[in-house]
Design a protein around this ligand. Structure first.
Ligand SMILES: [Zn+2]
Length: 143
């Protein structure tokens, strides 16, 4: 079995919904996502996938969708206010935690047919979360 991993760096803003603590305030991060693809067969060039191709697909999407974007829970009242003022906002069905951003990137890779094994999302130098796919328990955000 082979694995290839590529790192993607980007900036994003968010705030945690229904959270008691300083992360409820709007703030930003220089984030990094490490995307790992897996395969037991290599192509004729001896690759799972060309890193150039991985960059083309994933970095292009991250640049247009997450980079310099505010990630907010869809019911956050700031979504409407910020959109009305021309700000770049990505409303999510879930709280914009590091875990859920990792899953967002993982799900994009699946949608593109990439053999993704896991996505590790670094929010700070010391804090990161990894999503491996599979069943995840649904978490209800209470009002
Ligand atoms: Zn944060």
């Amino acid at each position: 079995m082979f694995e290839v991993t590529r790192e993607f760096e980007f900036c994003f803003g968010h705030r945690l919904w229904n959270y008691k603590g300083k992360c409820h305030n709007l703030h930003g991060h220089n984030g990094k996502a490490c995307v790992t693809l897996r395969g037991d067969k290599l192509n004729q060039l001896g690759m799972i996938i060309d890193f150039v191709e991985m960059k083309r697909i994933i970095a292009t999407w991250i640049d247009s969708t997450i980079d310099h974007t505010l990630l907010l829970f869809k019911d956050d009242p700031l979504v409407k206010t910020l959109q009305e003022n021309g700000e770049k906002v990505l409303p999510l069905d879930v709280n914009p935690t590091t875990e859920n951003i990792a899953k967002l990137i993982y799900d994009f890779c699946v949608e593109k047919g990439l053999p993704v094994e896991k996505v590790t999302m670094w929010e700070t130098t010391y804090s990161y979360a990894t999503y491996f796919g599979g069943e995840t328990p649904s978490i209800v955000v209470e009002e």
